[in-house]
Design a protein around this ligand. Sequence first.
Ligand SMILES: [Zn+2]
Length: 459
Amino acid sequence: MTWFHNNILLPICQPDRHQRLGRRLRDLELFDRMQRSQQTAIQERRIHAVLDHAYATCPYYRMVFDRIGFRSSDWHFGEPLPLPELTRDLARTNVESLRSRGFRPWELRKAYTGGTTAPPITLWRDLEGLRNKVAVQYHLNRLCGYDQGTRVLWIWGAERDLEQHPSWRWRFYEEVLLGRMNCGAGQLSEASFRNFLEKLNRHKPEVLYGYSNTLALFARWLRESGSAYHRPRVAIATAEALRPEDRLALELTFGCKVTVHYGSRDVGMVAAECSEGRLHFHPAACYVELLPAGESPTGPLYRLVVTDLLNYGMPLIRYDTADCVQFDETRCGCGSWYPSVTAVLGRAVDHLVLPDGSLMDGAPLVMRAGRTFRKIRQVQIIQKSINRIQLRFSALGEGAEVEQELAAFLGDMEQAFRIPIEWDVERVPEILRERSGKLRMTICEVPREQYARECRSAN
Ligand SMILES: [Zn+2]
């Protein structure tokens, strides 16, 4: 049935995302079978094409290239690109001049990045770029046995991905035709875990797919609950780094293969874990540079800087993902030369504990509340107790605007918590990474026993 899904069903039902999907997937398979020299030649051509397109059609890049006197022909494959990094701050403040004039506005699709410590950024994608990104994501899925039509349970916190098409037709399409059952994981409680369990046992998925953190919480809950449950064939953890103890919890609970995919809303899904436990970045999708970023107790850290080779609607050249990684220069034991890292230490997001004892995924909560930020650059939430939160933030400039944004943010957070919160607000020049390399957006210091108790008494 997968041929039917990739070549007929998906292209007809969602042409914006899936037109010629089957052909794109075949091209990616072909790419993986090529000699390394052919693969790097294709990657080099794609980098030059993105550079030329960016210079010709984006005011931002024209200004940057001209300022340093750079032309695409000056650059040779294997060298670092001699361009300044595109930070999130720069991308936020230059959205319009980063948008390619090579497309008419209706030919582009808008997306928002998922901020890790910072507010979201608007992104523009051309349709071909969007389709190629979707194909890369599906290609990585297929490498670990998850093809379209495979029964899968998605445990996903981003509401906008899950609930934008709640009609029965959409559910028929998703659940019956695609075999995809969704579990909203924005807020977690005993009741939501029971709901996941019911879906797991009823749908009997071959694949479990979701946020690393949430999958691990569910796995632990399953073991503690003593319930009988279905075991999938593979669990794919994504969106956040998978801690070793969480991987172990997943392996022990499900007794299945556990693997990690890396991506972000900015650049899409671009890397998958191999049999040796390294994450390999697909060279048809991106060009990766690792910049030294200091030492950690477990070794040197590097900042992950990515050039997106697929999106022409708003080219991202040397885009700073704000993720830190570790890497090993030796060739990977799996035999692949694709650039790899041994660990992503980027995004660490704790769940926050609400007064009724349920858990709320910190990232979407903070992103939603911070949607209107203009002056505030970063926030970090440290939950000390159920109703006491330390808020650390950095902002540009002084004055009433910062105060207003801050007041609105605190109001929105209190609405989510539904109780008055004792705030301890601290402005800092910048929210820094921890020594381990992690940049933490939400930190929950409420003892686990305490919220487990409140969770039980609330149910
Ligand atoms: Zn490998």
